[in-house]
Design a binder for this molecule. Structure first.
Ligand SMILES: [Zn+2]
Length: 324
């Protein structure tokens, strides 16, 4: 396999542009050729609004420690550099309980773009995540490339996920989705809009974490290198077609610490897909649920199985895509 890029974010627009990347290039594809074009829809990811009073008094210096955390400074002014949001795609997998543990301990709210077939397999997570203070949004049912599907097949992917979430007892905060591989074309957008999904959430910063060979340090460094006000950060705590996930959850505490040390707070998404301030997570009183049933995976992508090849953590089951 090609080596992961040491700087996976470099092929994408600077987060300082406040535009989230949505393109035909998968985030786990090493960059090649010219940078991909970006199809951020005007209005879906508006620039992070400058809030009077939150202007940083000094530029954050990497490596220095700020005492201003998400809960605000001593004068209640909020984090010195603004807000970012932590998003997790493809779950819930066997790594999800660990993710939830860390977020609870660090009182960080996050956004979960869950895959419908995995929600249906382990429905105990979706509603718990919402009660815990996280947002749960739609990442399709079987994680296909939308551009390869008929409009009816796209509709089924979205509606089946809606139904899985509803059956699991969760209401989405708004009709928001992230397309698999961050790829959706105009025809796909029309289908989504017809279902009320006008908010298509992109990504500003990601690591090569779908690749099981990527280390926690690489994941941490990639995310921290891309920090900017309003940035949407992406992690996979159990990618749908690779055995990865352990490194991402291992890196999570240090990512959280680093984000805060750089003067950012952890926000959530509004109905336009923009990052908005959020208070510290106020966890519910329930225990974090365990994985009960086998986690569905698509056939594993060989080049991302690691060296030596790894398997996902049990219990899991490989399922064929209904579209292949
Ligand atoms: Zn995904």
């Amino acid at each position: 396999m090609p080596s992961p890029s040491p700087s996976p974010t470099s092929a994408f627009p600077s987060p300082a542009t406040h535009r989230s990347a949505l393109s035909a290039t998968a985030p786990n594809s090493p960059p090649s050729g010219p940078p991909p074009s970006f199809a951020a829809t005007p209005g879906t990811t508006p620039p992070f609004p400058a809030t009077p009073g939150t202007t940083p008094p000094f530029p954050a210096t990497p490596g220095t420690t700020s005492s201003v955390f998400a809960s605000g400074g001593p004068d209640g002014s909020g984090p010195s550099n603004g807000w970012v949001v932590l998003t997790f795609d493809d779950g819930p997998s066997s790594f999800r309980p660990r993710t939830l543990e860390v977020l609870r301990r660090e009182t960080v709210p996050a956004v979960f773009f869950d895959v419908g077939m995995r929600v249906a397999a382990n429905p105990q997570f979706a509603a718990f995540q919402a009660r815990e203070g996280h947002q749960v949004l739609n990442h399709t049912f079987t994680h296909p490339r939308l551009a390869t599907l008929t409009p009816e097949a796209i509709r089924r992917e979205i509606i089946d996920t809606d139904e899985a979430l509803r059956a699991a007892g969760v209401r989405m905060p708004f009709r928001g989705m992230r397309p698999p591989f961050l790829a959706v074309d105009d025809a796909g957008r029309d289908v989504l809009a017809g279902l009320g999904y006008r908010t298509i959430v992109g990504v500003d910063v990601f690591a090569a974490d779908p690749d099981a060979a990527t280390t926690p340090e690489q994941i941490r460094d990639s995310l921290l290198a891309g920090l900017a006000p309003g940035a949407i950060l992406l992690l996979h705590d159990g990618n749908v077609d690779t055995p990865s996930g352990r490194a991402a959850v291992t890196a999570l505490p240090e990512i959280i610490r680093g984000v805060r040390e750089h003067g950012y707070g952890f926000g959530l998404l509004d109905e336009h897909g923009a990052v908005v301030p959020a208070g510290p997570l106020q966890p519910c009183a329930e225990p974090i649920p365990p994985i009960v049933n086998p986690v569905p995976y698509l056939p594993l992508v060989e080049q991302f199985r690691g060296d030596p090849p790894q398997d996902p953590p049990p219990p899991y089951v490989i399922v064929e895509s209904p579209h292949s």
